[in-house]
Design a protein around this ligand. Structure first.
Ligand SMILES: *Cc1c(COP(=O)(O)O)cnc(C)c1O
Length: 343
């Protein structure tokens, strides 16, 4: 029985065509700025995100941390949703690397409210930390793949600008938001001083993220990337996969979204299973009231379906669709889940 892996969109393997593009890529030493493939990727992404410059980094975590490091000084505060990736999934990097603290808000499925953000900005007073960065995530991972309406992003950017904060857009899955909403990436990034996106999630590349912004900030980001040990040499082999992903794997994200909706429909038809949120992109949470997600995912695994507990609510399981699962796969996964939860 072939296992169907719905744990994450990071599990995709580079396709033969992507590997072919990697093997043909012209290379150089990127620390000298001489890797033509990395340079090309950075130019493509600066253009995609509507920024002056961009920097190829090793991971989404590195993009987030380099961005926050560029925009803050020790003692500063970052306003973000309580489920934000840098708060929960980056090994405590904000305090450990930069001496900064998060001020977390409870967004609606991870999406922040401009009025609440404004209320959380500290007044100028020696007692308080300095509110310095507003961090938003689009799509929102812990929010279940929720997509920001463009108007909301604009309103948040307006608050940040008016109150002297920089906005940072964690766009690990920004292209999912773009495909789901029809809003161009550069429009989402417009009010953000720095914006990132990941190639190793739904876009199907093996490694890497991009961070984009103005020339000065990206120059600072290069230094912090170096400091973190993330300056790589012939990284064009990796950038080639990212270029291939941008050229071939963006429009097809719509299939992942359709498959996630089909999976949600099939799961919600199983007695004892509910889907608490609308499915907007490629992530979905399924609720199994009265049962333990940890116990359930072990049963699913035995029946050939890999999924992760959502991790914060004990009866919630997260399923993620991606390039390496088909419509038939997700429908088969739902049948296996039905078998696993049957009394
Ligand atoms: C996955 C993810 C990241 C970065 O993850 P890496 O595994 O370090 O590439 C950042 N932000 C969000 C919202 C993510 O989902």
């Amino acid at each position: 029985m072939k296992p169907i892996d719905l744990r994450s969109d990071t599990v995709t393997l580079p396709s033969p065509a992507m590997r072919e593009a990697m093997s043909r890529a012209p290379l150089g030493d990127d620390v000298y700025g001489e890797d033509p493939t990395v340079n090309r990727l950075q130019e493509l992404c600066a253009d995609l995100l509507g920024k002056e410059a961009a920097l190829f980094v090793a991971s989404g975590t590195m993009a987030n941390q380099v961005a926050l490091g560029v925009l803050t000084r020790p003692g500063d505060e970052v306003i973000c949703d309580q489920g934000a990736h840098p708060v929960n999934f980056e090994g405590g990097a904000m305090p450990a690397l930069w001496g900064i603290q998060p001020r977390t808000l409870k967004g609606e499925r991870g999406l922040l409210d401009p009025v609440e953000v404004e209320a959380a900005i500290r007044p100028e007073n020696e007692h308080f930390p300095r509110s310095r960065v507003l961090e938003i995530e689009n799509t929102h991972n812990r929010g279940g793949g929720s997509v920001y309406p463009l108007e909301r992003v604009r309103a948040l950017a307006e608050v940040a600008r008016r109150r002297g904060l920089d906005m940072y857009l964690d766009g690990a899955r920004l292209m999912n938001a773009v495909v789901a909403s029809g809003v161009p990436a550069r429009d989402y990034a417009e009010g953000a001083t720095l914006a990132s996106l990941c190639f190793s999630k739904g876009l199907g590349a093996p490694v890497g993220s991009i961070l984009a912004g103005d020339r000065d900030r990206i120059r600072d980001a290069r230094r912090l990337r170096k400091r973190l040990g993330g300056a790589m040499r012939q990284s064009g082999v990796l950038a080639a996969a990212a270029i291939f992903a941008l050229e071939n794997n963006v429009a097809r994200l719509a299939e992942d979204h359709d498959n996630a909706r089909a999976l949600a429909a099939a799961l919600s038809a199983i007695p004892g299973v509910s889907i608490p949120h609308p499915v907007e992109t490629n992530l979905l949470f399924a609720c199994f009231p009265g049962r333990s997600a940890v116990g359930l995912v072990a049963r699913f695994r035995a029946l050939g379906v890999l999924a992760n507990p959502e991790g914060f609510q004990p009866d919630l399981v997260r399923f993620v669709t991606h390039l390496d699962v088909s419509r038939d796969d997700v429908l088969e996964a739902a049948r296996r889940v039905a078998g696993a939860v049957a009394p």
